[in-house]
Design a protein. Structure first.
Length: 293
């Protein structure tokens, strides 16, 4: 590769609507309503490559997210929210809007060693979250997620390689009654490490472990409830990539997620009068195939 600083610019305009109708015969639950959203997103980035030894990049994104249908519309077939349970379509829910800034670098101090560092900041207005006190999804005050990620990949001559990555995030409310508190359900620490073994160019086996720190329960904006415990999960996958006639390539894989059947919860919420938890899947077997034409 040669030296250079390519510039990337992107823009997206989107307009859409959400319509919901409930024909349940339960008293007072029938409704039909709709709402429309219009917004745009953009990206500007610059990349500097230094031959094959590394690169540095800077990127700015303007972001937005429309509410999902089940964040606006009540579909359970009984009373909605808030009390006395007569709101079934929350037209006041606004899209999430914000921006993110990311700067990163990747270097290869040795031919077989790759190091990476990324710093980022994501700032949102009207982030959407469920409020059990009202029974509705609502827009939060301004939030910010500052963080960093470091990664390492070592590929020596031979069939084995090693990789690891660590992400740190400081998720914080930046305004409102919870200013300075931690955003629920956002882990401050996440680490991944693994090893891959490829005895041939068509066969490889990969084992990895992913560890995630504890988080505050969803809706625990005061940060006064017991935290949802962290977890560590080990996965094992085998990949087969045979070359077919005509230059085509197939990819077949099989594996086991959570091979040691760790028991943990992926989600938990503070409902005010009790805490509820959603358990993660235990040991799971997966397989799949794809064909590149």
């Amino acid at each position: 590769m040669t030296r250079g600083c390519p510039l990337t610019v992107g823009y997206r305009f989107q307009s859409g609507s959400i319509t919901a109708r409930d024909n349940e015969i339960a008293l007072g639950t029938q409704y039909e309503d709709s709402t429309r959203f219009t917004d745009s997103a953009g990206r500007v980035g610059i990349l500097y490559r230094h031959g094959d030894s590394g690169r540095v990049y800077l990127r700015y994104d303007r972001i937005f997210r429309y509410p999902f249908t089940d964040e606006i519309a009540y579909y359970q077939g009984f009373l909605g929210g808030p009390f006395p349970g007569t709101v079934f379509f929350n037209k006041d829910l606004r899209p999430e809007r914000g921006y993110s800034i990311e700067v990163g670098a990747e270097v290869r101090p040795l031919g077989s060693l790759e190091l990476g560092l990324t710093l980022f900041s994501t700032n949102l207005t009207d982030e959407i979250a469920y409020n059990p006190a009202s029974g509705l999804n609502e827009n939060l005050w301004k939030t910010r997620r500052n963080g960093a990620e470091v990664s390492l990949r070592y590929r020596p001559d031979g069939p084995a390689s090693f990789f690891c990555a660590y992400t740190w995030i400081d998720p914080e409310f930046r305004a409102g009654p919870h200013k300075g508190n931690t955003i629920p359900l956002v882990p401050s620490h996440k680490a991944t490490a693994g090893v891959a073994y490829a005895p041939t160019t068509t066969v490889s086996v990969e084992a990895s472990v992913t560890a995630t720190s504890s988080v505050y329960l969803g809706s625990d904006f005061d940060n006064d409830q017991p935290r949802l415990a962290g977890s560590a999960v080990v996965d094992l996958f085998c990949h087969l990539r045979p070359e077919l006639t005509g230059g085509r390539t197939a990819h077949l894989f099989a594996g086991v997620r959570n091979i040691f059947d760790a028991q943990y919860a992926t989600l938990g919420f503070d409902w005010g009068f009790m805490n509820v938890y959603y358990p993660a899947q235990g040991r799971t077997y997966v397989a799949g195939a794809s064909l590149e034409l």
